[in-house]
Design a protein around this ligand. Sequence first.
Ligand code: NAD
Length: 487
Amino acid sequence: MATAERTSELTRYRMLIGGEWVDAASGETFESVNPYLAEPWAAIPEGTAEDVDRAVKAARAAFEGPWGQTTGGERSKLLRRLSTLIAENADELARIETRDNGKLLREMRGQTGLIPDWYDYFAGAADKIDGRVIASDKPNFLVYTRKEPIGVVAAVLPWNSPLLLLTFKLAPALAAGCTFVAKPSEQTPASALAFAELVQEAGFPAGVFNVVTGSTDVVGKALVAHPGVNKVAFTGSTETGIAVAKSAADNLARVTLELGGKSPNIVFADADLEAAANGVVSGIFAATGQTCIAGSRLLVEESAHDALIERLVARANTIKLGDPMEPETEMGPVAYREQLDKVLGLIQAGVDEGAAVACGGRQDPDAGGLFVQPTILTGVRNDMTVAREEIFGPVLSALTFTTEDEAVALANDTRYGLAAGIWTSNVHRAHRVAHRLRAGTIWVNSYRTISYTTPFGGFGMSGIGRENGVDAIDHYTETKAVWVELT
Ligand code: NAD
């Protein structure tokens, strides 16, 4: 990956627009900060509305050029080539992400190591995007449908899993024959720029994939409001998702939204408590709690409460905080200063509203940097701020229930509906409760697994649409009906 240049202390990146590596029209850059070292490490182009306009026009020109006429088989070959290049560069991409967001190198390697599977899977789907012949009520017509690419896709991305969440959108979009403009988070802009080099090397035509970096207010807003964009694929917070959807609505651009969550992990007294404790701990403390699917509300049957909390506290107290690049580190810092302040403020709100701190509760005094101790709050009621708001940090809010109905009611009493875990040894209960929960993903005696094969997305305020699985391609196509008069 040669796009980035090291000048003085900072690695300098350029944007990819219309197949060319460019600085921002303003000539300005901003610094991307390594949250563990609290030091800037990269200089990133501070894109402008003019850059967004150029990128959308380049994507449009590519869509209307030869790319728009490619067959699924041709796109499939390019996707497979891209998959191979990502696999060859997975370690370097993971290091860039860890430098940007402070998450464990082990976790980011896990993600970048899996990303090629997404491109292989959608390569397999690219030449199977079929329309169908309609059983028409009009005997003098042959009617059939075609699924055609939707056009120019704008992707707006968060900082927690930058390339994986880009891939959820890009792989089906390219399979369908769309063109693409990505705007990574300003907290984690570097990996999308490094990745763009691989897209070019794979041989995608100029303008098919573009990346514009810069601020939310300038680049983010200009991109989602651009009249040349046919579809906005967004991952981020619910509040931003609503603003993005409103802006896209002015152009009737299609949207898919993957938003926040306050997902319950429900532990029944008949569960294997050891397994449940492992699942609850990884559900909330993995990735420092900075995942949309974090199991941030523990709902535990009252009779198992003390035994489970004891296990959870014992595990939480041994989690090793430290340098995310080191293999023995189990939890890294939160990604940036405002996020640290937000997490600490919400813990305080929990205490003020009557929750008890079973462990953690503070900024870690020894780890240095932006570390919050793994925190478990007990005695939480579902109307407290810590049970209702997404904290996006290593904070578990524990509530109790006494009946299955109460567990389901508490689980569903949230504006979100992204995911839920059920821990029980009763197979009837497992399915019964899974069917009653209002969430897009339910794990039984497990937590956090996702796959390119399986639809992912939210009920309620957790989003619109599903990513992953072969049906994700439908979000990147328009259906056209063709009527042929036969007589
Ligand atoms: P965010 O909503 O603050 O920002 C996401 C992106 O939107 C950024 O690139 C930002 O620049 C851009 N943006 C913000 N306001 C905009 C506007 N008005 N118009 C256009 N673009 C705008 O989210 P974040 O803090 O980067 O990420 C954390 C959030 O993402 C959490 O809420 C988390 O749950 C959610 N998330 C959801 C999923 C999922 O798949 N459901 C996955 C990961 C993260």
